[in-house]
Design a protein around this ligand. Sequence first.
Ligand code: PXG
Ligand code: PLP
Length: 442
Amino acid sequence: MPPSDLSLQAHWMPFTPNRQFKENPRLVVGAKDMHYTTHDGRQVLDGTSGLWCANAGHCRTKIVEAVKRQAETMDYAPGFNLGHPGSFRVAERVTQMLPGDLDHLFFCNSGSEAVDTALKIALAYHRARGEGNRNVLIGRERGYHGVGFGGISVGGIPANRKMYGSMLPRVDHLPHTHNLKENAFTRGQPNWGAHLADELETRIIALHDASNIAAVIVEPMAGSAGVLVPPKGYLQRLREICDKYGLLLIFDEVITGFGRTGSAFATHTFGVTPDIITMAKGITNAMVPMGAVAVRKGIYDTIVGNAPPDTIELFHGYTYSGHPLATAAAEATLDVYEEEGLFERAKEMAPYLEQAVHALREMPNVIDIRNIGMVAAIELDPKAGKPGERAFKTYLKCYEKGVLIRTTGDIIALSPPLIINKAQIDELVGTLGGVLREAGRD
Ligand code: PXG
Ligand code: PLP
């Protein structure tokens, strides 16, 4: 139980069963490297990088120091009509990590804002080209693009949409690629499913006409909906169809950015370059909220070049776009990734994680295991009439036993900080395996 003077009532917690949590709360009060400290002094191994964001581990000294220094030097700088050096440096460094001519970066404060920003940029781009009728946006079933109205409109998670009435008009969705019959227990990219991208051409473009479609947004690897690794050739096919019909391709790399899939971005891992990339989370190692949107040169040049001189070219931005504490955290974070070679490390450790998680195959109720880079999912057979219960009980038991996992429905996701070592992978997967075994086939 938390300290008796702490009231839990006023805080309406996000994506949490509030009543259940407040009856049986779990509080953490400290974090360092691979571990959280609970309020009662236990160490918990972080198998999820917080919420997929502390990719270099927690409270890294270099990042802490950079943020402290910045807080003492300049707390805040207005971002409209005024600048500070940090945001320009981060934009240079991040765009240098990206392939092709993805060479401009717009700042915001979260993944949800990055998605809204990217969708608006896509619409503004076509309008600047004189094709403002291109305003249909295409997402994908099971896609998670945050919780703004833009993100839930193109997103494909029913529970995140159903309460909120009308969303963006003129949206359609590709089918998702998850298919256990074809792909269960695949290591890395599944062989089956590239043809699902063809629906963009055969159904969606056929229905709406390409001349009305602005952009296609997908997570190159769907994270939130349960780690859906793209089938071989699938993203290439989407790219080809977008090129053929003049549609912008947006990769939402809020989770996959900054090393998760075993290279800097999923665009590198899968060898497909989109027109726009959204990012957040790992950009500051979760130290300070930050999001960003990278766009290809042609998009920036078109929107900026077509506006009358001496006018604002894009009517968009946030009070905290490029906040100095966030840019200080981002610079130090990029240093840590680079100095410690963490993206390469993720790639090197990936086979070990793969081996470890696939050893859970014979555990009770496991119906699929999938993985890529430093991310893995173990899917459980849902209990009849009680979807999600089996995985959530596993989460609670693992937490009691000192490891933090993440669940979505009956899918368990593991996405540890990229600094995890082999003994810690053994501890994470071993504890999970023990809990699954104990639960048995109830
Ligand atoms: N796009 C993608 C692909 C994401 O994964 C967002 C946008 C939204 O980011 P913000 O910063 O607005 O939350 C996300 C966020 C989970 C989990 O456990 C995933 C996210 C957030 C919280 C929990 O699956 N993804
Ligand atoms: N609401 C009001 C009344 C505001 O004045 C502002 C910003 O000035 C916002 C919302 C948007 O806030 P932010 O720029 O932090 O997204």
